[in-house]
Design a protein around this ligand. Structure first.
Ligand code: FAD
Length: 487
């Protein structure tokens, strides 16, 4: 292990989920780690993304859940207080941010506050953050391995560039919006547009979501059935959804914005929220000094071991191509840090990484959709159950949603699936675990469930399929040492 104060086994640039998880994984492997952060500790995820969003959406969902039970044992309606909700969100984020340095210090990780840029593939120059009280001179630190985890920033829309006031990015929203707009246009029908749109609706804004595509949510991960169900709910609760449409012009004045759509219609909104994706953040890294190359879209090119075009330099999270979620960044980090410290042995596999959308419905998916499985050459079939038949859903008076388990019709191999309904983001872990097991569909039959529970619907979904397989005499998955009580 390295001994000098400026020499480390691993340098990590960026402290979002990709960065801190890389640092922590390497520290657990006994490595001496430096972590450089130029902004707020925790990155987008903690400060402008997952955590503030989840805090606010919990309130938004509670409003709906409680009001649905008004007259069914609860009395009275609840309403949201946007200003107080934003203050609550700030305190949640601040408390997590305060703990962050202590957590890293306990693990022996040395944190540098400043902008990191490559000197070469084995050393990084840290320019202290402006106004740094400790030291204002750049410092050079060295390591045999470096991980780039600098994330991404919101993409700009040519017809409505953000101004931080009337036209906001998701970061402007999270860091600066302190009063509820009367009306909002969300540009983009992906995860962020549908989540923040629902949130604003629940607190009382008039919300329109405009999507360039013919459906909501990413086709690469979420089945059409789930996207359609979300859209139907949006329409039912009064969120206006405009598909196959773009914004061609946005005229800002002192009272709001006049928006022109691609069908030439015009509408007034108090504010616009632009959520059309994010672009990798590599500015000022001096990647060329290390020999790190980018693709045509600016993403850092990596191998399946997450090593870049420079030997010993790795990239994780949003700055490289792949799903732009904290879930994927955390997955990358474990792989890249382990490879960096113990040699390239582990490959990334995004089929294993779930995605969750927290909107008017909670939607979680893992692996392949039926359409993608078909494209990949499988003979896909989907086993399904609706929560309308679930005892837990009935007890909670919350039964909109379904479970879809995608498997190969010939062998019962699990390929992926989707869950729409309460706690889908938790339930999906079970589906992910099943996909990674060698039991295929039989994984769900092997388990003993609590009753009533959401997860028991997984077994109800697959029962007809396993029963058919058993009768068919087809070659199916056989148990390993963890044999099932039923075989
Ligand atoms: P980031 O979290 O962006 O961190 C990068 C860090 O690197 C930043 O702190 C930055 O300051 C620092 N940095 C950049 N350049 C330098 C430099 N040269 N020197 C030093 N430091 C540098 N994902 C989910 O999985 N679940 C969710 O619920 C979810 N909700 C989201 C909601 C919103 C509104 C948004 C915007 C995103 C959401 N995401 C969610 C996506 C998730 O936040 C990102 O995918 C994730 O944060 C990416 O992690 P990262 O480590 O790659 O980068």
């Amino acid at each position: 292990m390295a001994a000098n104060a400026d020499k480390f086994d691993l340098i990590v640039i960026g402290s979002g989920p990709g960065g801190y998880k890389s640092a922590v994984t390497a520290a657990h492997l006994g490595a001496r780690v430096a972590l450089i952060e130029k902004g707020l500790p925790g990155g987008t995820c903690l400060n402008q993304g997952c955590i503030p969003k989840k805090t606010l959406l919990h309130l938004a969902t509670l409003i709906e859940d409680v009001n649905a039970l008004n007259g069914r044992g609860l009395i009275g309606e609840v309403r949201g207080d946007f200003k107080a909700a934003m203050a609550h969100k700030d305190s949640v984020v601040a408390s997590m941010r305060e703990n962050f340095p202590f957590w890293l210090k306990r693990l022996g990780i040395r944190v540098f506050n400043g902008h990191g840029r490559f000197r070469d593939a084995r050393s990084v120059i840290v320019e202290p953050a402006p106004g740094s009280a400790v030291n204002n001179t750049p410092q050079i630190i060295h390591a045999e391995r470096i991980i780039i985890a600098t994330g991404a920033v919101p993409r700009q829309h040519p017809a409505c560039p953000t101004d931080g006031d009337r036209i906001l990015s998701s970061s402007d929203f999270m860091l600066g919006l302190n009063s509820l707009p009367d009306s909002v246009l969300c540009v983009g029908g992906g995860a962020i547009g549908t989540e923040l749109g629902f949130l604003l609706h629940q607190f009382g804004s008039r919300v329109t979501i405009v999507a360039k595509s013919d459906r909501l949510l990413p086709k690469s991960a979420i089945p059409e059935r789930a996207a359609d169900m979300l859209e139907r709910k949006f329409r039912r609760v009064g969120i206006d959804v405009r598909k196959n449409m773009t914004v061609t012009r946005a005229d800002v004045d002192t009272a709001g914005v006049t928006v022109t759509f691609s069908d030439s219609s015009q509408e007034r909104y108090e504010r616009i929220l632009v959520a059309i994706g994010r672009r990798p953040l590599t500015e000022g890294l001096d990647l060329e000094k290390a020999g790190v190359e980018q693709d045509a879209n600016g993403f850092i090119i990596t191998t399946e071991y997450l090593e870049t075009t420079a030997h010993g330099v790795y990239a994780v999270g949003d700055v490289k191509a792949g799903p732009m979620t904290a879930n994927a960044a955390l997955h990358d980090a474990k792989i890249a840090a382990t490879n960096a410290i113990t040699g390239n042995q582990h490959r990334n596999n995004y089929h294993r990484v779930p995605i969750v959308i927290d909107s008017a419905l909670e939607i979680a998916a893992v692996g392949l959709t039926e359409e993608l499985a078909d494209d990949a050459g499988f003979e896909p079939d989907a086993a399904r159950a609706n929560f309308a038949g679930s005892a837990k859903a009935r007890a909670r008076h919350d039964y909109e949603g379904f479970i879809e388990v995608v498997h190969d019709e010939e062998t019962g191999q699990l390929l992926g699936g989707c869950i729409v309904g309460p706690e889908a983001g938790e339930q999906i872990h079970m589906l992910a675990a099943a996909c990674q097991s060698d039991r295929g569909l039989w994984f769900f039959r092997d388990i003993s469930y609590t009753h009533p529970s959401w997860c028991e619907e997984l077994e109800n979904a697959i029962n007809p399929c396993t029963s058919e397989f058993t009768k068919s005499g087809k070659t199916i998955f056989r148990p390993g040492i963890y044999f099932s009580a039923y075989d």
